[in-house]
Design a protein around this ligand. Structure first.
Ligand code: PGA
Length: 251
């Protein structure tokens, strides 16, 4: 039985005092709750240490939004896996569509980042998703398959246990347009089939596949009730404690 994971991707939002404010609301709002899911927050790099210390004795875990695949050296502006680990993180988002489009990350770079995360004891939240143009041209599954297969290249079945997949249709991110529960379920089920082919049926059954793209308190329950949807990667709605907690409770 898979346990849902709800993760909040803060993107490039919140300085230290705003981080403290949001986390204190989340910690107190979730303190006495018996949750049916695990909760992760992914603030910007500058807030990671603070987030880790503020969530230390809570039921919230911390992740980063990106890493660089080299260990150290002349890579101005980049952050390594060990730095993220040292800041108290357990997770790292890799291959988000904003990284793919705005920062030109391709499948090969994403694969290197996933491998670096795994070898550093960080759990990747590996994002895949098609653009509107790709969906309208009827090539959604082809794109998803390419991203999944290339992103997981040379990753062992054992290591797959430490990976969370996130299906995020690009046309649904930050647009207020959500994939219908049926559209999302269809792709999630397809991804599970790919995993079953590459690895095994039992690995596919164990894999957590989150949905992301305009998840809100009012659509979370329906999406999360789909057989192959095991949680959510939440952007906009994770920036306010009230809406993020409502999504967590819908799980
Ligand atoms: P959104 O973002 O919830 O604002 O659509 C999701 C994401 O980018 O992970």
């Amino acid at each position: 039985m898979r346990r849902n994971i709800i993760a909040g991707n803060w993107k490039m939002n919140y300085n230290l005092s705003e981080t403290e404010d949001l986390i204190s609301k989340l910690v107190s709002g979730l303190k006495d709750e018996k949750l049916n899911c695990d909760v992760i927050i992914c603030p910007p790099f500058t807030s990671l240490s603070l987030a880790s210390s503020l969530t230390k004795s809570s039921n919230i875990k911390v992740g980063a939004q990106n890493l660089y695949f080299e260990d150290n050296g002349a890579f101005t502006g980049e952050i390594s896996a060990s730095m993220i680990l040292g800041a108290g993180c357990e997770y790292v988002i890799i291959g988000h569509s904003e990284r793919r489009t705005i920062f030109a990350e391709n499948d090969e770079i994403i694969n290197k980042k996933i491998k670096k995360a795994l070898s550093s004891n960080l759990k990747p939240i590996f994002c895949v998703g098609e653009t509107l143009e790709e969906r309208e041209s009827g090539i959604t599954k082809e794109i998803i398959k390419r991203q999944v297969v290339n992103g997981l290249k040379d990753i062992t079945e054992k290591n797959l246990e430490n990976i969370i997949l996130a299906y995020e249709p690009v046309w649904a991110i930050g647009t207020g347009k959500t994939a219908s529960p049926e559209q999302a379920q269809d792709v999630h089920n397809f991804i599970r089939g790919i995993i079953s082919n590459i690895y095994s049926k039992s690995s596919a059954e164990k894999l957590i596949i989150q949905y992301g793209g305009s998840v809100k308190p009012d659509n979370a329950k329906e999406l999360l009730s789909q057989d192959d949807i095991d949680g959510a990667l939440v952007g906009g709605a994770c920036l306010k404690a009230e809406s993020f907690i409502a999504i967590i409770k819908a799980s």
